[in-house]
Design a binder for this molecule. Structure first.
Ligand code: ATP
Length: 448
């Protein structure tokens, strides 16, 4: 087994190749040569992503009494992005090489004088600001008023619905809005698989507090994010909450923590947590001329709440989980690859298999048992190809925590073992003989 404490413990190529081979993630538009910064999720990747989002929704919304969900449109009135500062300021510094015409992010260059593609020195031009929003048009008109942007973050959809939420639900402070959805950024140099994408997915919260209560709320969300990291299967040894020094804070933020992760290509931002003061509500009040305030019934005062924003990228989370879960176990000449995913995150919860596929009585009983287990969770796979060892290996590689094998003893060939099955554990390879009811119990408790 590789030493997980030496960095990087798995290469990005290994993860990319596993994702493609086993149908987690494919390059976007691949048969047409691809489209940089886009990836397509296959059946297993989609299931994994769904499980991440579901757990997030449960922990950040459903288990609390102070959170409201929102599903805002991706296309929003352009005035939203003027007010938020994105039209003028959502920029990255772009430099171009005079020799090879390559374009790079100036702040990502290892050597500011040398082109990373052609290697020439002194050919990089002056940095200019490049706006990262994707622009398109709404309707048939082609004048400037028809310009709309694909949202570069989900946050704005929550600020513009602050008043609607107060009017509809009358929440008391503190309360928050949560949204999961796609965001689009025209990154100058998309790279590192699903780490830096042009089409990405975010899970964000805007949590509204009284101005003097921000510190307590900030610490609470910091804790929730760390617990979520553990629950979702991120290796805590490689997870680093990092305080942003005051001099490096964005203009709207009074405190920010970047949660960094040791990806195979280095330590990089996984998630962010920011105290955004009253910047957004004031900006949208000014932009829309609609007051975004909270009426405090106890004091009779109108206040503009301050905002704590936990912001998590779904794709970066998925990549951190796969990096954390990847294991190679070598015995002699043989190497077994498995993903040590938490059962509630694993795309497939268990695999059911008849020992032999050409024995109808075994197949029939195995199908019955699978149908029974599907009542606990629908993601129960069926495998009958190749020998049992190969079937286990295939499931190991996609992170299936349990494999259940039905043999002649299950059918009662050995009366004492009737209605028992073999339960095999992914991480240890250990096998137990258990009654079907016990297997059901194990599955239930593993899925929490
Ligand atoms: P970076 O500095 O890496 O560009 P950022 O600070 O611009 O990231 P935020 O604006 O804070 O990122 O976005 C919130 C979260 O959305 C990030 O923590 C990350 O998880 C995710 N995210 C941002 N940009 C991308 C991207 N291009 N591809 C994938 N996920 C992204």
């Amino acid at each position: 087994m590789k030493d997980k404490n030496t960095m990087p413990f798995v290469t990005l190529e290994t993860i990319v190749s596993l994702c493609k081979r086993r149908g987690f993630v494919f390059p976007g538009s691949e048969i047409y040569g691809g489209l940089a910064g886009t990836f397509d999720y296959g059946h297993l990747g989609l299931a994994l992503k769904d499980n991440i989002k579901r757990l997030w929704w449960r922990m950040f919304v459903e288990e609390r009494d102070d959170m409201y969900g929102i599903g805002a449109a991706i296309l929003m009135n352009s005035k939203v992005w003027e007010a938020s500062g994105h039209v003028s300021g959502f920029n990255d510094p772009l430099v171009e090489c005079r020799n090879c015409k390559g374009r790079f992010r100036a702040d990502h260059l290892e050597d500011a004088n040398t082109c990373p593609t052609c290697g020439k020195s002194g050919t990089l031009g002056e940095a200019r600001q490049f706006n990262m929003m994707f622009e398109t048009r709404a309707g048939v008109s082609d004048d400037a008023s028809a310009t709309v942007y694909l949202r570069p973050e989900t946050a704005a959809g929550m600020f513009v619905n602050f008043k609607n939420t107060i009017d509809a639900y009358h929440p008391k402070l503190p309360f928050g809005l949560a949204q999961i959805g796609k965001a689009f950024r025209n990154e100058i140099a998309p790279r590192d698989f699903i780490f830096r994408l042009r089409e990405l997915e975010q899970m964000e919260v805007e949590y509204f507090v009284r101005p003097d209560e921000w510190e307590r709320a900030f610490s609470q969300w910091e804790e929730v994010m760390s617990v979520f990291a553990r629950e979702v299967g991120i290796d805590i040894e490689h997870f680093h909450p990092t305080e942003i020094p005051p001099g490096d804070l964005a203009h709207y933020s009074k405190r920010t923590i970047d949660f960094e992760f040791d990806y195979p290509f280095g330590r990089k931002e996984l998630w962010g947590l920011a105290y955004r003061t009253d910047f957004d509500l004031l900006a949208h009040t000014k932009g829309s001329t609609v007051p975004l305030e909270y009426f405090d019934e106890t004091t009779g005062e109108k206040i503009v709440p301050h905002v704590i924003e936990p912001s998590l990228g779904v794709d970066r989370t998925l990549l951190a989980i796969l990096t954390s879960a990847y294991r190679e176990e070598t015995t002699g000449e043989d190497t077994r690859v498995y993903l040590a995913l938490p059962p509630k995150i694993a795309p497939i919860k268990a695999m059911v298999s008849p020992l032999l596929k050409n024995k109808p009585e075994l197949v029939e009983r195995a199908k019955e048992i699978r149908a029974q287990l599907k009542k606990i969770h629908p993601a129960i796979a069926w495998e009958d190809n190749g020998n049992i060892g190969k079937r286990y290996r295939r499931q190991d590689e996609i992170g299936t925590p349990f494999c259940i094998t039905i043999d002649f003893d299950t059918l009662g060939e050995n009366q004492e073992l009737k209605d028992t099955v073999t339960l095999r554990h992914r991480d240890t390879g250990e096998q137990e003989r258990l009654a079907i009811s016990e297997v059901e119990e194990r599955l239930r408790s593993a899925l929490g």
